[in-house]
Design a protein around this ligand. Structure first.
Ligand code: HEM
Length: 217
């Protein structure tokens, strides 16, 4: 309990849950990319054949999101309450857009995940309603039909911009919180973290963009 009460303890917990979610983002991107070689249906079928493990995995992932979001909101509120607003010199000058918007990009991602689960997993929205109850069903056709709607593609690309901004700062922040960096390694770690964030943006966004433009049909 003392660990969770200390701001260092909460930051460590946020860093670990954050990095586990980054691992999921890597694996999910690789899985989704099978759409380009026509294998997304076999991939989805393979995943669903894991049975109870899928539910275990979902529960763990849900716990990660809840812990990360809860402490993220708490730490932000505490920091705001502790920081006097008026400084003779504007201290936020050195703060990047990515680091100062962590709470907003994080909340955007929580909203996106809720929408995304209602969309492709529960299939509650009208564009995919005809696939409801099919496990996993024709995921390729479902994704294709969905991203042919400009608004849906736009929402996904906007959410991927939020993901990119969040991880642009978040990946290097993990190494800093864990104390796994020094003055020499920090620039390299920052560079790799930022490159990964951009790869996620381009990789994930390419699916709606390629479908909307008819490259993938
Ligand atoms: C263009 C981007 C994305 C596409 C096309 C996409 C596609 C999909 C599809 C088709 C499913 C359902 C798989 C199935 O039921 O067989 C799914 C599930 C899911 N996606 Fe995504 N996804 C995208 C981005 C993301 C991102 C960025 C995240 C997280 C930050 C995410 C988190 C999830 C989660 C948590 C599930 C539920 C997995 C489960 O069934 O347990 N997705 N996605």
């Amino acid at each position: 309990m003392n660990f969770l009460k200390s701001s260092v303890g909460r930051k460590v917990l946020m860093a670990i849950t954050g990095q586990l979610m980054v691992l999921f983002v890597v694996v999910h991107l690789l899985g989704n990319s099978t759409i380009f070689i026509g294998l997304i249906n076999s991939y989805a079928e393979h995943l669903h054949s894991l049975g109870p493990f899928v539910w275990l995995f979902r529960l763990v992932l849900l716990a990660m999101v809840l812990i990360h979001a809860f402490f993220g909101i708490q730490v932000t509120l505490e920091n705001r309450a502790a920081t006097p607003q008026k400084y003779a010199v504007n201290r936020t000058l050195k703060v990047s857009l990515a680091s100062s918007s962590m709470i907003w990009t994080g909340l955007t991602l929580v909203l996106f995940i809720v929408y995304h689960l209602c969309h492709f997993t529960a299939r509650l929205t009208s564009d995919v309603a005809s696939y409801a109850g099919q496990v996993p069903g024709d995921v390729y056709k479902m994704v294709l039909g969905s991203f042919q709607h400009g608004l849906i593609s736009f929402v996904y690309v906007a959410a991927m911009c939020a993901l990119c901004l969040h991880l642009y700062h978040g990946i290097q922040s993990f190494f800093q919180t864990m104390g796994w960096n020094n003055d020499t390694s920090l620039p390299l770690i920052s560079c790799i973290g930022r490159a990964l964030a951009v790869i996620f943006l381009l990789g994930y966004s390419s699916i709606p963009v390629f479908i909307l433009t008819g490259i993938l049909s």
